[in-house]
Design a protein around this ligand. Structure first.
Ligand SMILES: Nc1nc2c(ncn2[C@H]2C[C@H](O)[C@@H](COP(=O)(O)O)O2)c(=O)[nH]1
Ligand SMILES: [Mn+2]
Length: 193
């Protein structure tokens, strides 16, 4: 295949993420759930807020947010409740990323390396992106509870991420989400707008 042919195939694979809905919300019976790309988009937007004074590579963080779930265009969005063990999930996603990166010519290796850096969680940037992953999850859960008038329905997502966000800035945002969610839950039913 020509380079252009491979890149069109890459674009089609990426394009799937604009339409594949996140499995967690489907399992939670959320109507009109977000797509995988929507999840990664908000994370990428949050990367603008990384403090320039910190010794963090902002560009790497942004790039990593945009590829961290890229493998899901082939393997799908696997939740912790899909019966796929973490080792198998890593293997499936790594194999998928190898296929995807083969389409990218000389850019492929750097994308594959960055994906593996995220998966191994060994660098501050990878850990920051994982924190953003968890923040976006609870933010989206809070938005669904507000939209659907179902306070507390998605508690499992808050429980699953509780205490697992480590970077102080991201933790502060998560605390604000929780504060607003708790306040909303305590408003008497007849006072809710
Ligand atoms: N039912 C649950 N689903 C969860 C939980 N934590 C994550 N998830 C979902 C969200 C996504 O659909 C999928 C994987 O998300 P990644 O961003 O890690 O690819 O799993 C949970 O606690 N409960
Ligand atoms: Mn994710």
């Amino acid at each position: 295949m020509t380079d252009a042919t491979k890149l069109v195939e890459f674009m089609e694979l990426v394009g799937r993420l604009k339409h594949v809905k996140r499995t967690g919300w489907i399992l939670s019976k959320i109507t009109e759930p977000e797509t995988i790309s929507g999840h990664m988009y908000r994370m990428a937007m949050l990367s603008f807020l990384v403090d320039n004074k910190e010794n963090l590579d902002k560009v790497k963080i942004m790039q990593m947010t945009l590829i961290h779930d890229l493998a899901e265009c082939i393997v799908g969005d696997i939740t912790p409740h899909c019966g796929v063990c973490p080792e198998e999930k890593h293997k499936l996603e790594d194999e998928a990323m190898q296929k995807i990166c083969e389409l990218l010519g000389d850019k492929g290796p750097q994308v594959l390396t960055m994906f593996r850096e995220y998966e191994h969680q060994q660098t501050p940037e990878a850990q920051y992106v994982k924190d953003l992953d968890r923040l976006d999850l609870i933010m989206q859960a809070f938005e669904y509870e507000k939209r659907d008038g179902t306070p507390g329905k998605l508690q499992e997502y808050f429980t699953a991420t509780n205490g697992k966000i480590n970077h102080p800035f991201v933790k502060r945002l998560a605390e604000e989400v929780n504060t607003q969610r708790d306040a909303l839950a305590n408003i008497p039913c007849n006072n809710k707008s």
